[in-house]
Design a protein around this ligand. Structure first.
Ligand SMILES: Nc1nc2c(ncn2[C@@H]2O[C@H](COP(=O)(O)OP(=O)(O)OP(=O)(O)O)[C@@H](O)[C@H]2O)c(=O)[nH]1
Ligand SMILES: [Mg+2]
Length: 683
């Protein structure tokens, strides 16, 4: 014991603050910055004046919408905290942060509804191998005991939650905490350091019981401690601390500290635990599989375009050092020179001459560098140490500027936003010539549009993207089309007979001819095909026509008056008249959908599907996700556009889905009329 390399690691640290929606992350960061003296006082989030939620968008929606970096000092150590948004719609923002941080502080609260969200975060930390401390916040309003709360939260975590502190109550109000490792009591004082006290006599039994249970969990990874417990020998305090550090760092337990961020309570203990137990940059390098060597290595965590137009790449220096002018190479050997190194405090930056391994700083003007990239000082560059893949978007907006003159400006601004937020999708929809922005929920896109408008002074209009309807026919017909004009000199003459026939779904378009004896010359057969194809771009219902075969069976021509144009016209005439008689019908795209949901909401989800004209194909346990199900269904694309909103509200915000095109299906009745009306208006 005591030899598990549990000692304190010095050097700058980077700590991500994560946790379910509104658990108090921003409040905690504010409390930390106040406690370390980086800010004069702790502002409540309701003031709209915190270090994190300073943007107009965060204030407007009373939630964090991006990762915020704040560097502070605590007892001589440099600590950079990164306050990550809790909403699942902004979850991707945290991934490059988590990858390059040393430790995550998971802020949780005693709220059953937020367990699935907590589970999602814990899974991500498991996946990335990030050690963590759980900060059980809001103990001021907790009704249940902490141990019951941990029992409730435990299913969200694969590692055992190890209670390190228990609350000290008076008249049912939490007035402080008892640290089970230090065996000391702390009496909370608002916005100030707690007062150290002896453990009150009547709390001793409860303390010993909780402490024993903590030691038992630690003994699972320490045979010597196990023996001591069995023989009822009091283990040395230092050895307990070493175990706590070592178990935290290798992820075998998740220590739990408690507090009330809003009043700054429990914050100093948390800072001390971080100082003592957090792994350092060496461990993080190892976790990322960074190559050894003399070269400088940098991992980019976020990209921002500041109000003054400069691009900042917020990055962790994994090894070596960076100074103004340092040339950094990405994958493939592209390079950029650092121009400006800044220490971050929310929206403010302070210039500094250089940065060394472990530091988290913003690097100026790294053109071409993207979030998630790894950079090196070695010529030749380096492949990213970790690959980030944004989940499939679940919500989309079609955008256009209110004023035409803003088109170019809007498209440049969207490019910048997409650079800042790699989870945004951007495509140009041919059918409707719309710019379609896709993302992870309504709020995500709303915030994106607000940024577009606010930062760039462009007014934009957003609406649900058009569904790519098609049309086809139900029966065939034979139709003649004659185009004949005699006006003065040269006439125009084309005459065709076409046979129009429906094809099986998914066949597309086929053109053939059965012309014999040259009644329509070869070159004009080509013209007929061109005319037919042109017509099919918009059929009798106003949509592109699919699954149709057209055969040119007969016709006639005129040696002088026939022309390419005349035959195209004749073909279009034949198609126009013929198609109307073929019982045209609208087709809508139907998608195959997989909906991921906590199992206790599966019944609700299977109820939502048929209401959206969907068909359940089946549901099952989600592989590798205890407590989750996957529901498979088919559903018309038109019904999926806002599906996520309903799924999220049925599952406290955590359900998601993946969809891919499956087939086209006939659409008739009121919905078909609506689609045609909408199309008519747009055209
Ligand atoms: N009672 C109580 N409320 C708290 C405490 N800490 C935070 N809150 C409240 O919880 C709400 C959310 O706080 P935030 O700090 O914005 O939470 P967050 O986790 O940053 O939220 P998102 O970033 O939007 O996910 C606010 O109303 C806070 O005042 C606490 O210790 N006790
Ligand atoms: Mg927040």
């Amino acid at each position: 014991m005591g030899n598990r390399a549990g000692g304190r690691r010095t050097g700058p640290k980077c700590i991500a603050i994560v946790g379910p929606f509104a658990s108090g992350k921003t409040t905690l960061l504010e409390a930390i910055l106040a406690r370390t003296g980086t800010i004069a006082r702790q502002n409540p989030v309701s003031s709209g004046n915190t270090v994190s939620d300073h943007s107009a968008e965060a204030r407007a929606h009373a939630m964090s919408v991006e990762a915020t970096f704040a560097t502070t000092e605590f007892m001589g150590d440099s600590l950079t905290f990164v306050d990550c948004p809790g909403s699942i719609e902004f979850a991707f923002e945290a991934e490059p942060v988590l990858a390059a941080c040393d430790l995550a502080v998971v802020v949780a609260e005693a709220d059953e509804k937020k367990i699935p969200a907590l589970q999602l975060i814990m899974r991500k930390l498991d996946e990335l191998g990030v050690p963590r401390i759980l900060f059980l916040n809001k103990v001021d309003k907790a009704i249940a005991g902490v141990r019951e709360t941990l029992k409730m939260l435990q299913p969200a975590s694969t590692a055992p939650l190890l209670l390190r502190q228990i609350p000290l109550r008076k008249d049912n109000i939490v007035i402080g905490s008892i640290d089970l490792a230090l065996e000391r009591a702390y009496i909370y004082r608002e916005y100030a350091e707690s007062e150290v006290a002896e453990i009150p006599g009547d709390e001793k039994a409860r303390e010993l019981e909780a402490r024993f249970s903590m030691l038992e969990t630690l003994a699972d990874h320490d045979d010597q401690l196990m023996e001591q417990l069995l023989e009822e020998i009091e283990p040395p305090k230092d050895a307990v601390f070493d175990d706590l550090s070592a178990d935290l760092r290798d992820g075998s337990v998740t220590p739990v500290l408690i507090g009330t961020a809003e009043k700054g309570n429990g914050v100093l203990r948390l800072l001390k635990a971080i100082r003592h137990d957090a792994p350092d940059i060496e461990a993080t390098r190892k976790r990322l599989g960074a190559p050894d060597g003399a070269a400088t290595l940098v991992q980019v965590m976020k990209t921002v375009h500041t109000a003054h137009g400069g691009k900042l790449s917020v990055a962790r220096i994994l090894s070596g050092s960076v100074a103004d002018g340092t040339e950094l190479f990405g994958q493939g050997g592209d390079s950029a020179k650092v121009s400006g190194i800044y220490r971050m405090l929310g929206k403010d930056q302070a210039k500094q001459p250089s940065a060394k391994a472990g530091d988290t700083v913003a690097l100026g003007k790294l053109d071409g560098v993207r979030t998630g990239q790894t950079l090196t000082s070695a010529k030749g560059g380096i492949a990213p140490l970790i690959a980030f893949e944004a989940p499939q978007p679940v919500y989309a907006f079609a955008l256009r500027p209110k004023e035409r003159k803003d088109e170019v400006k809007m498209s440049a601004a969207i490019q910048r936003l997409a650079e800042e937020d790699p989870s945004l999708g951007l495509r140009h929809q041919q059918d409707s010539s719309e710019t379609v922005l896709s993302g992870h929920g309504e709020m995500h896109l709303r915030v994106t549009v607000e940024r577009l408008e606010g930062k760039n002074q462009i007014a934009v209009e957003g609406h649900t993207p058009a569904v790519p309807y098609r049309e086809t026919i139900r029966k065939g017909v034979q139709q003649r089309g004659r185009h004949k004009k005699q006006s003065g000199g040269h006439g125009q003459f084309g005459d065709v007979v076409v046979e129009i026939k429906p094809l099986p779904r998914g066949s597309g378009f086929q053109f053939t001819d059965t012309i014999t004896g040259g009644v329509v010359p070869k070159t004009y057969i080509q013209s007929v095909e061109t005319g037919v194809r042109d017509y099919l771009k918009s059929g009798p219902l106003g949509f592109p026509v699919v699954d149709v075969a057209v055969n040119l069976s007969d016709g006639s021509y005129h040696a002088v008056d026939s022309s390419d144009m005349a035959f195209q016209m004749a073909a279009k005439l034949a198609m126009k008249e013929g198609m109307a008689a073929c019982s045209p019908v609208l087709l809508e795209p139907v998608m195959k959908v997989e909906i991921f949901t906590p199992s206790d909401a599966t019944a609700k989800i299977t109820g939502i599907v048929p209401q959206r004209r969907g068909q359940i194909l089946g549901y099952d346990a989600r592989p590798g996700w205890p407590g989750w199900d996957v529901v498979e269904a088919t559903m018309p694309q038109a019904e999926i556009s806002d599906l996520i909103i309903e799924l999220r509200s049925a599952t406290a915000g955590v359900a998601s889905y993946r969809a891919g095109f499956d087939h086209m299906a006939e659409l008739t009745g009121r919905l078909a009329d609506e689609a045609m009306n909408a199309n008519g208006k747009a055209a």
